[in-house]
Design a binder for this molecule. Sequence first.
Ligand SMILES: Cc1cc2nc3c(=O)[nH]c(=O)nc-3n(C[C@H](O)[C@H](O)[C@H](O)COP(=O)(O)OP(=O)(O)OC[C@H]3O[C@@H](n4cnc5c(N)ncnc54)[C@H](O)[C@@H]3O)c2cc1C
Length: 311
Amino acid sequence: MKAYELIIIGAGPAGITAAIYAARRKLNFLLISKDIGGQTLLSAEVKNYTGYHFIKGTDLVKKFEEHLRDYKIKVKIKERVKNIRKIGKNFEIITSKSKYQTRAVIVASGKKPRKLKVPGEDEFHNKGLTYCATCDAPLFDQKIVAVIGGANSALESTLASIPYAKKIYIITINSKLYGDKVLQDKILKNKKVEVLYKAKTTEVLGKKFVTGLKLEQNKKERTLNVEGIFVEIGLIPGCNFAEIIRKNKWGEIMIKRSTKTMAENLTNISGIFAAGDVTDIPAKQIIVAAGEGSKAALACFDYLGKQQEGW
Ligand SMILES: Cc1cc2nc3c(=O)[nH]c(=O)nc-3n(C[C@H](O)[C@H](O)[C@H](O)COP(=O)(O)OP(=O)(O)OC[C@H]3O[C@@H](n4cnc5c(N)ncnc54)[C@H](O)[C@@H]3O)c2cc1C
């Protein structure tokens, strides 16, 4: 089994930044991730990353990756971490492809879309049902689509669909929309958009591809004929594999915020650090995740040094 000083899990802004810092400190480490870019790939336009007035999420990820490739970093992509086990002072990381040993870990596995959990959802995933309108809206040119959700991500998805779709239903279980007022104003005055309030999606319908959905509204069942469904009901932390780490009630990894570098971004387990959206830091933003990744790497470097000195 291969052994490292550090394994970083996740290659979103937090994990990539942690990797760049770890490389500059010449740690012997491995970066494991399902993809490169994480949620930033889903952002149509980023307007709040310092130095870039405006940049597409996919282009920002290209920049991140180029920066990462400046260093000779060992990277395993398309590999999913399934478990972390503590073995003495070290850890064993079990993935979909292999097992690794490491002295320290940085969990930077971010968030993933929350599922509707209704019949047909899994069957028609990527066959008309998607979790990323920003990525897939152009596929539904001149089609009738439904955006499920009622807060910012649903509003952003609706905006992404407006140039393409013939008609867009927003389906929300609430009696009003939540999210930025500016987005709501833009959306509600667009004639293509119809909002169905207090409506609960109960089934996704289709043959080879999505043909519609069933919903309940005012205690009545209704079928909508749509060819595209964007599920935008929020995100959940992607850290089921980290059973040994303490989490808050939302499933986010609890980290220490301390003025002492040694403890910064440390979880309840000595040697396991966490950074970015997977943690309980309140601001879920690209620049914050990147900053947290750097902090975690520096704290981890400090931890490894002190461990070696026998502190
Ligand atoms: C539609 C959308 C638009 C957004 N727009 C903006 C914006 O304009 N500006 C802004 O600042 N923020 C925006 N955000 C938020 C921003 O994208 C996140 O705050 C940021 O990406 C968090 O970075 P992260 O590295 O913590 O996690 P993520 O970006 O979620 O990355 C997590 C990484 O971990 C990997 N991973 C997950 N589980 C595993 C596993 N088990 N094994 C291996 N790898 C795993 C993933 O593949 C991914 O590479 C947006 C988010 C969304 C969804």
